[in-house]
Write a protein that binds this ligand. Structure first.
Ligand code: SAM
Length: 240
């Protein structure tokens, strides 16, 4: 099969992936995957504040797989995503109880009305080359007490996965989800942290979570590898 996906276009790639929804498929990039259910999502919720009564921005909300978690805990949700098909799916599922905006996080301050109390970006940022404008945009829609939580692929994992030779710069490469190519960017830990601390955020916590034993049954090799080098980076910051 010819893969005509433009590797520089995450929208096109994730539009295709929106239609691939087999929950137990290890290649599923969405919230229903064993990877997210057993590992990434619990590691993320560990860092979230009490969200009852808050206005939450899901920055890169995908198909809305995590929206219900927030609604069940008394939050209002606005989701932004670059993939029009993912946003359409999220609207079909939760359009009557949450708000969704189609667009890139590079334009987040134009897409979100007013301010939000909590911002979560879950497994999105590794597709974006320049992070400072993203975190500056998050700060524009934040109040002085907004909490920002990000979960992203760990730089050490991306360096190995992308076969990046030098560690000092941001390096783009193409990662492959089945037949879909996606742009992916490695950057060193210093650039990760400085993009946040120089745009009006104070980092409160940084975690390099290990997968729970439960993940072993889905992918024993990846489980073993994830005990040897970090796979995920989760981080919580407060507006400064
Ligand atoms: C691995 S999926 C995760 C989706 C969702 N956060 C979840 O956990 O199910 C990555 C998401 O990032 C979105 N994305 C990638 N680049 C983006 C950008 N520049 N702006 C907004 N969304 C983006 C994709 O469309 C996709 O929905």
């Amino acid at each position: 099969m010819v893969n005509d996906n433009n590797p520089t276009d995450p929208e096109k790639g994730y539009n295709t992936l929106t239609e691939q929804t087999d929950s137990d498929d290890l290649g599923n990039p969405w919230g229903t995957s064993p990877y997210q259910r057993t590992f990434a999502w619990p590691a993320t919720t560990d860092l979230l504040p009490n969200i009852e009564g808050t206005h939450v921005l899901l920055a890169g909300c995908g198909r809305g797989d995590h929206v219900e978690w927030f609604l069940n805990r008394g939050a209002d949700v606005v989701g932004v995503d670059i993939a029009g098909k993912a946003i359409a799916t999220a609207r079909d599922r939760y359009g009557d109880v949450a708000t969704f905006r189609h667009g890139s996080l590079t334009d987040v301050s134009e897409l979100v009305e007013g301010s939000v109390d909590v911002i979560l970006s879950h497994l999105v940022l590794s597709h974006i080359e320049s992070w400072k404008p993203i975190f500056a945009g998050f700060r524009e829609v934040a109040t002085d007490s907004t909490i920002l939580v990000i979960t992203t692929v760990h730089p050490q994992y991306l360096k190995e996965f992308g076969e990046v030779e030098q560690y000092t710069d941001t390096v783009g490469f193409v990662s492959n989800w089945g037949s879909v190519d996606l742009p992916t960017y490695y950057r060193p830990m210093s650039l990760v942290l400085n993009a946040i601390t120089t745009t009006g955020w104070r980092i409160e916590m940084v975690h390099e979570p290990v997968p729970p034993e439960e993940f072993q049954e889905y992918d024993p090799d990846r489980y073993a590898a994830a005990l040897e080098r970090p796979e995920l980076l989760t981080l919580r910051a407060q507006a400064d």
